[in-house]
Design a protein around this ligand. Sequence first.
Ligand code: PMP
Ligand code: GLN
Length: 421
Amino acid sequence: MIPASLLLDTSSVSEGARPLRRPTGRVESVKPGNEVLSSYGTTVFEVFSRLAAEVGAINLGQGFPDDRGPPDVLDEAARALQEDSNQYPSMMGLPALRQAVARHGQRFYGLDVDWQTEVMVTSGATEALAACLLGLIRPGDEVVLFEPLYDSYLPIVRLAGGIPRLVTLRPPDWSFNRAALTAAFSPRTKLALVNDPHNPVAKVFTADELALIAEFTLAHDTYLVCDEVYEHLVFDNRRHIPLMTLPGLRNRCLKIGSAGKTFSLTGWKVGYVTGTPALLQPVARAHQFLTFTTPPNLQSAVALGLAKDDSYYTGLAQGMQAKRDRLATGLTAAGLIPLPSAGSYFITADYRSTGFTGDDVAFCRYLTLEAGVTAIPISAFYADMPRSGHVRFCFCKTEAVLDEAVARLTRHFAHPRAIET
Ligand code: PMP
Ligand code: GLN
């Protein structure tokens, strides 16, 4: 049993709204903000990253690599900053980057993309998602989403007035079936949002699952927003299949990529959307009022990165796969039960084998404070936070960091104080 003192507040991982504090220290109440957004509090990533920093835990929570990223991409960003224009680029993005995105689509997926009318650069995939959802959804439209889901999806769908229809992925393989899609799709469905490879459960959708989604998309005459930020992080000789390449879907999909993931530069926030002009136009209407544009030097650097040769891309996936294996082995040795991870930065694990009987939020706090390792509770990726026995670890770290995290976990769970009464 876990000491009661360690079962900290498990009601929510968010901090909720805070009253404003004046410089004098006086606390003042303010009129309520937007109720959709304020109902979500602070994101789970920020909450656990702050906690990890406060107590000096190894942060395997929020997904960000700890290497420097490709040196030639960094050099190009520095060069462009010094030598090129630093004024507003075109709202659709620098031609060089749009051309590079179109060529990337051809090279990896055989997609024939017109860079002038079918590619838009955004400030990260986060902005791309917001622009797609705000640009397409009309109040009352239904939106099909797969749960667990990335944290920005539901707030933006709701902000746009959309009605979420959730399809639940079930462990251990996080699968879904025809009956689930039949229940979720309706004549009011405007679009489905599909994240493949999937965060947090590290699933890569099978060809059969993609075909099923395609069948429902066509039958219901809907669109697909395809969050493919981990497109180059698929393991064990799997191949990423963009939904956009399936028969009949070329003009129904908005495909979203992120330089943050493809070049291990998550702080840069450079994203890109590919889609047929008619579908991209309403998205551009939203983008022009969200960020309008993205720093030009970073766009130049990402253009250079997308043209890197195949060995960069295979090296990225192979390197990440080796890190996955290292952490999976370590988690098993420490007494947790890792689930398969087919792609992304993440691996989920069932912690109930350690004897911890609290929920996943309590476990993540406990692990941070007592073992010095931070993970993210899977319940944070659900609409109504069901109790869960799973947490998400991120393995995009140096070997030394992964080894130290595993050593801490192994030491911790080997000692009875971890599960004392
Ligand atoms: N979608 C998913 C599934 C993600 O994991 C992330 C994580 N960063 C994003 C979108 C946002 O990407 P970006 O940092 O490019 O905004
Ligand atoms: N995508 C990152 C993750 O899932 C977090 C991004 C963020 O902090 N908003 O860990």
